[in-house]
Structures are given as structure tokens and as C-alpha cells.
Design a protein around this ligand. Structure first.
Ligand code: FAD
Length: 283
């Protein structure tokens, strides 16, 4: 189980992958996983489409990581994709039977296919509610998400950390941050988290920017702020993909070096399924 790794193996180095879209070639992700395996990550996490549209692929990919690659798999699961308790019980039992003992409990965002009423009426309201039932059912390692730049729906850091503590009190064993690019923001967040009595490992979520299109997505979707130096470099190299990629990777390497120097519990790389990126960072 992942929670045991932290006793012997800190800092951890982990990767996140996502299942390919429904009509895409699934073999691409399995090829990527065979390459990721050679980097010996501490664990690999697999995202879950908020509306449940990736369910089968998420499960199959997690099983491959755990059983074929011999690496701990962390399966994501969102409250918005859980219609009732029976669904959760079946999901967890399937994981258990396939040797997977790790779950990232998430709320998820409202999918486009879901009305406001359906979203408001979801069976589990928050990741903390989901964590409670997972822990009651199985001795799994449960991870939770956290937000150094504050979750967009929270009124502020204080409220967000108060809510984060609820997840921990329900049994979350470790946390993974939303991606961030300013280490000072992360260090301030850690201080506040520790002051609130949260002692579990907090893994820093890093996503190297390797293309111009990624910039818009990152800033647009997660509200993550880019430091001026990085924003300037990305602007300067917007018509030169190779230079932009190099600037993005160099930035993440420096970011990671400082985090490691300051004793971060682990680095979680949002790999975007790109082997080349993960290898460059790993090396
Ligand atoms: P929660 O912990 O429920 O928090 C959501 C909001 O509610 C916050 O504002 C919080 O302050 C507040 N809150 C929390 N608990 C309580 C409580 N008990 N009472 C009152 N208020 C509360 N999305 C996907 O669809 N699929 C994925 O695979 C996926 N993977 C992710 C991985 C990571 C590492 C991260 C950081 C995010 C991921 N997301 C994923 C996105 C995530 O689903 C969204 O950020 C979502 O908006 C919040 O999820 P959460 O689990 O943090 O929610």
C-alpha cells in the first residue's frame, strides 16, 4: 500500500496518467506504461472522468500498473460518478480482487452532461464523505486533493484548510496538491496545513509546460498562476515549440530541485502520458 512507502522511501516520486478518450487507440497508454515502468516510480495514479465515462479504462489501466508493471496503482474516483453505495461497494471490491489497495477520493466537478439539480443531489457530497465509506469498507490507502492556491469554490485559505482537515479526520493518509508553479505559495500552504494539525505527507503536484496550448488550459481550468519569469519565457518562445518545451522543462527541474532541497514529502508529476517529459524530469 502506498501509505507504507512514506516510512521508508521519502521523498516519493510518482506519476499521473489519464485513460485515452473513448475512440482513441488504447494501446498508446499501455506502451507508455511499459516505458514509465523503467523509471521505477513509487506509484502511478490513474484519473477518473468526473462523469464516469472512463470507468472501465481507469480500472483496466490501474490493474495493468499493479499486476503487469508491479507498481502500486492509485485509482482516482469521484463523488459525482457514484450513484449509490452499491456502486462504491462493487468498485472497491473489484479493486481489492485485483490487488489494488489505493484510492484517490475526489469530489469531481459538474460534468456538462449533468444538470445543476443532479450535481446538487449527488450521493456523496464531498471527498471527506467518500473517504469515510471507503475506510469503513476496506483497509485502503486513501489519498485526497489539496490546493496551495485555494480551491476555487472556497471563500479563502482558512475555510479550505478547515475542510481539508475534515478529509484527514475521515482517514485520508496522504495529500496530492493541485499543480502549482510558485514554490513560495506551496511553502506558505504547508506552513498553514501543519499549523492546522495536518501531519500526513503532502506530495507536490508538478506539471511541466511543454506546449503553448497547455498554457491556456492550465491557467483557464485550474486558475493556477504562472510566475512572471515563466510567463515571459513562454510568451517569448510561443512560436518556437522546441525552445518553449525546453524552457518549460528547465523551469520544472529547478522547481523540483528547490522542493527536494526543502524536504518535500514527494513529487507527483502530472505526466500527461508523455514518456519523454517524465524521463527528462526523472533524470
Ligand atoms: P472536496 O474535498 O469535496 O472540496 C471541494 C470544495 O468543497 C472545496 O472548496 C472545499 O473547501 C469544500 N469542502 C470540502 N469538504 C467539505 C466539507 N466536508 N464540508 C463543506 N465543504 C467542504 N477530477 C476528476 O474529475 N477526475 C480526476 O481523476 C481528478 N483527479 C484529481 C487529482 C488531483 C491531485 C487534484 C488536485 C484534482 C483532481 N481532480 C479530478 C479535480 C477535482 O475533482 C476538483 O478539483 C474538484 O473541484 C474538487 O475535488 P476535491 O476532491 O478536492 O473536493
Amino acid at each position: 500500500m502506498i501509505k507504507d512507502l512514506f516510512h521508508k522511501n521519502r521523498p516519493t516520486y510518482s506519476l499521473e496518467v489519464f485513460p485515452p478518450k473513448k475512440d482513441a487507440d488504447v494501446s498508446v497508454i499501455y506502451d507508455a506504461l511499459d516505458q514509465f515502468k523503467t523509471l521505477h516510480p513509487s506509484f502511478i495514479s490513474v484519473t477518473y472522468g468526473a462523469g464516469g465515462n472512463t470507468a472501465e479504462n481507469t480500472f483496466a489501466i490501474a490493474s495493468y500498473i499493479q499486476n503487469q508493471c508491479g507498481i502500486e496503482a492509485l485509482t482516482h474516483l469521484t463523488c459525482v460518478a457514484i450513484p449509490d453505495k452499491l456502486f462504491l461497494t462493487n468498485f472497491l471490491t473489484n479493486l481489492y480482487r485485483n490487488g489494488i489497495r489505493n484510492l484517490l477520493a475526489l469530489r469531481g466537478d459538474q460534468p456538462r452532461t449533468m444538470t445543476d439539480e443532479q450535481f446538487a443531489a449527488r450521493y456523496y457530497e464531498h471527498a471527506s464523505d467518500l473517504t469515510r465509506d471507503v475506510k469503513a469498507a476496506y483497509d485502503f490507502s486513501v489519498a485526497g486533493a489539496c490546493y496551495p492556491e485555494v480551491h476555487p469554490e472556497a471563500s479563502g485559505m482558512e475555510e479550505d484548510i478547515k475542510n481539508l482537515k475534515k478529509k484527514i479526520d475521515e482517514g485520508v493518509d496522504f495529500l496530492i496538491t493541485q499543480m502549482f508553479y510558485d514554490n513560495q505559495v506551496f511553502f506558505r500552504f504547508i506552513e498553514k496545513v501543519r499549523a492546522a494539525g495536518i501531519e500526513v505527507p503532502v506530495l507536490a503536484g508538478l506539471m511541466p509546460i511543454t506546449s503553448a496550448s497547455q498554457v491556456k488550459n492550465i491557467v483557464g481550468m485550474s486558475g493556477t498562476k504562472l510566475p512572471k519569469k515563466l510567463a515571459d519565457d513562454l510568451e517569448r518562445f510561443k512560436d518556437s515549440p522546441e525552445d518553449l518545451k525546453k524552457a518549460g522543462l528547465d523551469f520544472t527541474k529547478k522547481q523540483m530541485a528547490e522542493l527536494l532541497e526543502r524536504g518535500v514529502d514527494g513529487i507527483h508529476l502530472y505526466s500527461m502520458n508523455k514518456v519523454e517529459t517524465a524521463r527528462a524530469i526523472y533524470e
